[in-house]
Design a protein around this ligand. Structure first.
Ligand SMILES: Cc1ncc(COP(=O)(O)O)c(C=O)c1O
Length: 462
């Protein structure tokens, strides 16, 4: 049976579907909200209730829901060729076309594309091939990776080791602790007292240089960073940080891996943020999510000419680049991405981001009127609103109050979906959002915070 009634779907989900990031203290009682339809900025649940999607599904449905053009492109491709592998010397037309289109849009000389099934597998690919590259260059000791506290890089075993949101490792084993080293988060809100942003930037760069000295540049392969940290709380680094970290990498023969899974494909108003927004060209660029506007799982690691030369040097008879996924360069996923690229351009979506993004950031400042809002931060169409029980001391609410979750639930009652992560509420709407819809989103969130803040403060004993 292909379809289920509303209650059957709820039950089947509760009984059989193990969700990512589930809180099992409540899941068995509450089950899931079943979302059944999407149309542009809105999604509708099985009760017929419609919500403004303030998180673009999960930072990905950049072109909005229900795009028939993308669905049609996928259907056409599935009927032409639903699947064939891309291992070895076999390819398909959409994969070859998409590789070329990505190379044309990626910064600098990033010209060579390895397709994956999402962001985690793209980060795993980047590190595995960075190690392979240094082996090929006769530098096999270069293995360590510098990552950052609060960075999010995915959920495969190695991508989760790169991830620096340490709370999510709770109860799980940690692997690769000898390989992955975390630097401080570029968290301007929680920077050491008495430092201005420029001094904080110096502090972060000094810390990186010291750590490299301690570990030995000969042992370090790469630094990985999101241009703006996403799931770690939407943390915007101080001005100049990424450019200076790129210099640190160059000085120490380390590769800079820019994890643009969230910031790529327009969220900051450009195809990619590294060069256009932050003024540097990484050695490896990671993309996923907005690449297909979330319509099909796909990711990519895009490599510089220099790395490609290293990894493509013939190894001798029988030596292959032994890395890849069954669905690398999947024709239907590539067709979804190609159609998305066409729509980003035809609809001038990034110009809209450059208008509504600053407007959203501006309007969000109004939330600081609430005592429970400690910080409002972000860049264009990604924002974080950090809740605090004590603004003066920047003290968060006790975890058992799940303050951001309480706001999220209330906001839903006001018809808007936001995302609670720790004590931060995250916004990352589809990039087609209008100024009026920004108003609707922020008014709904503002009202929700107003409704629950008294109760939260009294439960926190503030
Ligand atoms: C910056 C970043 N990198 C990697 C990932 C992992 O991507 P995926 O969930 O597609 O594996 C995410 C997912 O949210 C992300 O935000």
């Amino acid at each position: 049976m292909n379809t289920l009634s509303r209650s059957e779907a709820w039950q089947a989900d509760r009984d059989h579907f193990v969700h990512p990031y589930t809180d099992f203290t409540t899941f068995h009682d509450t089950g899931s909200q079943v979302i059944s339809h999407g149309d542009a900025m809105f999604v509708t649940d099985e009760q017929g209730q419609s919500y403004l999607d303030g998180i673009a599904g999960l930072w990905c449905v950049n072109l909005g829901h229900g795009r028939t053009e993308i669905a049609q492109a996928m259907a056409d491709q599935a009927m032409r060729l639903g699947y064939y592998n891309t291992f070895g010397h076999s390819t398909n037309v959409p994969a070859a076309n998409l590789a070329r289109q990505l190379a044309e849009r990626a910064p600098g000389g990033l010209n060579h594309v390895f397709f994956t099934t999402g962001g985690s597998t793209a980060n795993d690919t980047a590190v595995r091939l960075a190690h392979f590259y240094f082996n090929r260059m006769g530098k096999p000791s270069k293995k360590k990776i510098l990552s950052r506290n609060n960075g999010y890089h995915g959920s495969t075993y190695f991508a989760s080791a790169l991830t620096g949101i340490h709370g999510i490792h709770y109860g799980f084993d940690r692997i690769s602790q000898d390989i992955v080293h975390h630097l401080s988060a570029a968290n301007c809100y929680r920077r050491p007292d008495g430092m201005d942003e420029a001094q904080f930037c110096d502090f972060l760069i000094d810390e990186a240089r010291h750590r490299i000295e301690q570990l030995g540049a000969d042992n370090i392969a790469a630094f990985i960073a999101e241009p703006v940290m996403g799931a770690g709380g939407v943390l915007v680094a101080p001005a100049g940080y990424h450019r200076r970290m790129a210099e640190v990498c160059k000085d120490n023969d380390m590769l800079y891996i820019a994890d643009e899974v969230v910031t790529g494909f327009g969220r900051l108003g450009h195809w990619f943020a590294s060069e256009n927004h932050f003024g540097h060209v990484p050695d490896i660029l990671i993309t996923a999510k907005g690449l297909s506007s979330g319509y099909c799982p796909i990711g990519a690691a895009i490599f510089s000419e220099k790395i490609y030369e290293g990894i493509s040097k013939p190894q001798g008879p029988g030596g292959t680049l032994s890395h890849g996924f069954t669905y690398s360069g999947h024709p239907v996923a590539c067709a979804a991405a190609l159609k998305s690229i066409e729509l980003y351009e035809a609809e001038d979506v990034f110009t809209n981001v450059r208008d509504t993004g600053p407007y959203m950031q501006d309007r969000l400042q109004g939330l600081l009127r609430h005592e429970v809002v400690g910080d409002v931060r972000g860049d264009h169409l990604m924002a974080g609103i950090e809740l605090v029980a004590d603004r003066e001391a920047k003290r968060n609410f006790p975890p058992d109050l799940a303050a951001a979750e309480v706001v999220f639930r209330r906001a839903r009652e006001h018809g808007v979906i936001v995302r609670p992560v720790g004590d931060t509420i995250i916004l990352s709407p589809p990039l087609i959002i209008s100024r009026e819809q920004v108003d609707t989103l922020i008014d709904g969130l503002d009202q929700a915070i107003e409704d629950v803040s008294g109760q939260l403060l009294s439960r926190a004993g503030t």
